[in-house]
Design a protein around this ligand. Structure first.
Ligand code: NAP
Length: 313
């Protein structure tokens, strides 16, 4: 094993991220980025007990200031980062705010991942692979999502999303509009970055309906829990997309450590190229998402913590 080669993973303490961290450890040192020190320690131990290497970096990915600090910490580890997996994600039923006053789902799933990518990119060698974990629920035409009343992303603008505002007429399932919109921005931004920075590779993976993770587990809606935990994995319209954290980890790690130079690819749960929503494929939309995100993050950092709350008062 080439120990100087390293892979960064966010959200390695549970579900898909946990299994992917174990898988990535076979290819180099794993830099574990998470918000809970005890959980991080447990993952690090599991990797070290298998005779492999891991380093922990504590970071709440929804907090842009913490993300920038973590990126600096990673850059000073003296390891060559060959890949970054933006995996951390949430799908809460109740809206909440991040340290900067952003919608917590949008900040965790998209803004934090974008900020980490931008902060780390200049430190990565040519050919490094930056992978985002997407979700097909961003696509309003995705059949299994449509069948359960998910209406796809409800994008107005990046700033509106950061405020927790979604295009009217969305899903009745609480929290899904925020989740789907965050995943649209993930996909669109990754595709724009792939066109913009050709020395690096930017790809997205849709891991499939992955049962047994903690995603949405905090939901108090028993139907939502049952739907995502069981129905979707077993019924024929959904089961073709079904996966487990171990299976998803193999596919994701495979893409992350892959040598060929593919960039700007959206992969499905089996590692085959797939299509995102029509909007996600529109290059002017992709560029707009990146431009609006950069502008928001600059203003947010300049404005200090709780950007929106300060602005509103
Ligand atoms: N499961 C599916 O069917 C499915 C389908 C499509 C896409 N995805 C995507 O796959 C990714 C992994 O999800 P999962 O299903 O494995 O869910 P999970 O078991 O809930 O894992 C989520 C991970 O993200 C971390 N995380 C959450 N908020 C964070 C924050 N503010 N800062 C740092 N880390 C944070 C969690 O840390 P803690 O342990 O500290 O909570 C955990 O390690 C997500 O991006 C999700 O959207 C999942």
């Amino acid at each position: 094993m080439e120990t100087k080669k390293a892979y960064v993973i966010t959200g390695p303490t549970s579900g898909i991220g946990y299994e992917t961290a174990l898988e990535l450890a076979k290819f180099g040192t794993v830099i574990l980025v998470g918000r809970n020190p005890e959980k991080l320690q447990r993952v690090q131990k599991a990797i070290e007990n298998a005779g492999q290497k891991a380093v922990s970096v504590i970071c709440d990915i929804s907090d842009i200031t913490a993300v920038k600090r973590a990126a600096q910490q990673i850059a000073h580890l003296g390891l060559t980062v060959h890949g970054l997996l933006n995996n951390a994600g949430i799908m809460p039923q109740k809206a909440a705010k991040s340290a900067q006053g952003f919608d917590l789902t949008f900040a965790t799933n998209y803004l934090g991942a974008f900020a980490l990518t931008e902060a780390l990119a200049p430190h990565l060698p040519d050919g490094a692979n930056l992978v985002f974990v997407g979700s097909a629920v961003e696509d309003p035409e995705r059949k299994p999502a449509k069948m359960v009343g998910i209406k796809g992303a409800r994008f107005i603008s990046v700033e509106a999303s950061a405020r927790g505002e979604w295009k009217p007429g969305g899903s009745k399932i609480a929290g899904i509009d925020a989740y789907a919109t965050s995943k649209l921005c993930v996909l669109a931004a990754a595709m724009a970055l792939a066109r913009e920075t050709t020395r690096l590779r930017f790809n997205v993976v849709e891991p499939g309906i992955t049962r047994g993770t903690a995603l949405g587990a905090e939901s108090t809606n028993a139907f939502v829990r049952f739907m995502f935990g069981h129905i979707m994995a077993m019924l024929p319209p959904f089961s073709r997309y079904s996966s487990t954290p171990k299976k998803s980890a193999k596919v994701i790690a495979g893409i992350l450590v892959d040598k060929p130079s593919q960039t700007g690819v959206y992969y499905d749960e089996k590692g085959r190229p797939m299509q995102g929503s029509e909007l996600s494929r529109d290059t002017s939309f992709q560029d707009l998402v990146v431009a609006e995100t950069r502008s928001l993050l600059v203003k947010a950092i300049a404005g200090g913590q709780e950007y929106f709350q300060q602005k509103n008062t």
